[in-house]
Design a binder for this molecule. Sequence first.
Ligand SMILES: CC(=O)SCCNC(=O)CCNC(=O)[C@H](O)C(C)(C)COP(=O)(O)OP(=O)(O)OC[C@H]1O[C@@H](n2cnc3c(N)ncnc32)[C@H](O)[C@@H]1OP(=O)(O)O
Ligand SMILES: CC(C)C(=O)C(=O)O
Length: 804
Amino acid sequence: MPMLPDPSIKYKPYTPLNLPDRQWPSKVLTKPPIWLSTDLRDGNQALANPMTIEQKSIFFKTLIKCGLKEIEVAYPAASDTDFNFVRGLIEGNQIPDDVWIQVLTPAREDLIKRTVESLAGAKRAIVHMYNATCPCFRDVVFRNSKEETIELAIKHTKIVRQLTDEATKKYGTKFKYEYSPETFTQTEPEFALAVCEAVKTAWGRAGLGEDRIIFNLPATVEIAPPNHYADQVENFCRKISEREKIVVSLHPHNDRGQGIAAAELAMMAGADRVEGCLFGNGERTGNVDIVNLALNFYTQGVSPNLDFSDLQSVIDVVTSCNDLPIHPRHPYAGELVFTAFSGSHQDAVKKGFEAQKVRHAQAAAKGEPQYWDIPYLPIDPADIGCTYEAVIRVNAQSGKGGIAYLVQQHLGLDLPRKMQISFYQVIQAKADKEAREMMVEDITTSFRETYKFGGSKYEGRLVLKSFKISAEPASEDSSNEEPADERRLFDGTILVDGVLRVIRGDGNGPLSALLDALSTHLDLQFAIREYSEHSVGEGSNVKAASYVELVPALEDTKSTRKSAESWWGVGVDSDIAGSGLRAVLSAVNSAIGERVLPELKLNVGFNAKSGQADVASAIVHSLRLELPRRLQASFFEVAQRAARETDGHLSYSDLVTLFRETYHYELPNTPGRVVLRKYKMENVPGQGDEKGTKLKQVTGDFIWDGKPRQMVGQGTGSLSAVIAVLNSEINGTLSVREYAEHSIGEGSDVKAVSYVELAYDVDGKRSTAWGVATDHDITASGLKAAISATNKLEVDLKPFVDGH
Ligand SMILES: CC(=O)SCCNC(=O)CCNC(=O)[C@H](O)C(C)(C)COP(=O)(O)OP(=O)(O)OC[C@H]1O[C@@H](n2cnc3c(N)ncnc32)[C@H](O)[C@@H]1OP(=O)(O)O
Ligand SMILES: CC(C)C(=O)C(=O)O
């Protein structure tokens, strides 16, 4: 059947109440109403499968936990389940002393008796009786006149009074009486008043405080806009006699979808109490939603006296007991209500959080309240136990702000604006292509993949393994009065397509020194257009995050700056230089794509093309030894000499063999004149140098020129203690010029490598030598390296005297 072109031939409009001096429109709600949950009665009667006693019990406990003090628990005359549930609550002593249970009964003597019977032994109870008062029901359902309708209400109110008086005598129960002229909103206002006046008189004991009689004014079916309900309620409140002895209660339904508005306006009109259900369950479109109303108060800064700080567990109980879902857009409770998909909303939310952080810090410093004021978010999700995770969700309608927000929340990175735009394009393209929502994991994974960020799984073609930044004074310019800036030298080991390479460069800062190294060794020419950094974390865990925008380095710096092409990179490191260097390599990885990079070709000797770094690269790649810079220089000379002796050519494997032989590195069966077989290192009690450094004592089992010998020495560290031992038994003096160490391998295979350069002074002459050694124990690797250097120096051992 089509909809009617003229619905007025079928539907009559409501009859407005003439209340020109209405006061409610300018009232403001400043205190919550008395709440009554009718989930277990009106909500329950609307379910296809009414709740079992077990479900009602769980629900009841949840209502108590939320802070409800008045709970309509049943229609006891309707079924054994309802009757027995009430009995169970009372007999099981499950009703807290400050909670009133309420039960509903029609105006029928037999059913009232059964209802009051169900309450035997209760401490506090509200008996709620209803009968229909509106014309349609009077005429059609009851076929009663107005007078008969009033008589019905009076007669049965008196029955309630008599039965409850008897129960009070017998059990000491404190009773309240609630009367509902059903459907109040469709009843003539003057007639509703007349019925209630008659009921008040019949009840005969309306008083103050807890003795107030409750007149519940149901909008059994919502038939008019909410202002009409408010007018009706204000009219009732003004005209009912002894207003102070009455609790005016609201019972809105939601047929026109305005139950919340109706309740709020009617509260402004003077009502004291609201009956409703959690999340708006109830007949047809439901009863008014108590959670919604309560949280509306909360967001106005008014405590609702109900606690929904763990809203999800309330949702879980209610949805399982009612066997009904909650709509994803349901106010406060729907799973999408704190979610922004669209770009401009996300941008505003992100900026809102940032601004609020600053505002709150300022307010806290001044001891002022920290107000919530975030665009599009009327309530802090955390207050009702929700996390912010769902606040921003990303699809093809989303913008950079939301994506950046998620990166910030989940990776702790505060991307610079231009990088946000750049990464947004990555996500936008993916969302569009896959036509689906981008989950947080999609975004963080794409971020890691795009910027080669976050561990070995996401490594790019270039990976920083280790580096050293050193300072070198710039050449003095005597014509310039300004002090010359220091230059920075970058010395690092990077993995290039799986091959460890040593690269080095210089510049006026660590990043430009790295760019210089990339240009020299890998023929990659880039310049930095934008750089920024911030800290991540706090205290001893604080790290630096750096962001770099690279552009191709062109001859002309103006064109470089204007380049349309650019690549962003990010790096995080506990060292700020390290984070910047990682950010540069992150951007370089994006820039090079699949471009072929120059391989390491060794060319040592005459017309040598390979420099120190290339030789060091061969060593780091084959032996994983990251030689200190001066050892690189020293070994380079060794290699050059060797190449000259072999017609100017040295193969890769020759070079590695040469290194092993030069430093006796991991060559078995090549003991020198001094061998340290075993040692014991101890702190010397009470001994220290003038700086308070604790002294160490080493006791070593040596093979000294072929003979076993135990020797003891002390020093401020293990190395100096061994040098002290050696110095006591040689002519001349050994001293440590340089010491370096690093680890190789991973997990349980990890070993320490030590590099020691010793100087030997004897007879006014000085010679130097490097020793290199590994061990699972870092002290042992240092000592072995020192002994290896000692043997290379051919020190003059004092002759061995037995018993010495
Ligand atoms: C708006 C509301 O939500 S009101 C509450 C509605 N809730 C329920 O009805 C749930 C529980 N109800 C029940 O289990 C049953 O209806 C019972 C046990 C109360 C009564 O069952 P029955 O005796 O079989 O009557 P039935 O369900 O047909 O109710 C209709 C009768 O009650 C009368 N009636 C309806 N409401 C009331 C009332 N408030 N007071 C007195 N009589 C009433 C009707 O006029 C009708 O009477 P009739 O049989 O003389 O014509
Ligand atoms: C019994 C009354 C209050 C009722 O449930 C209604 O009118 O909706």
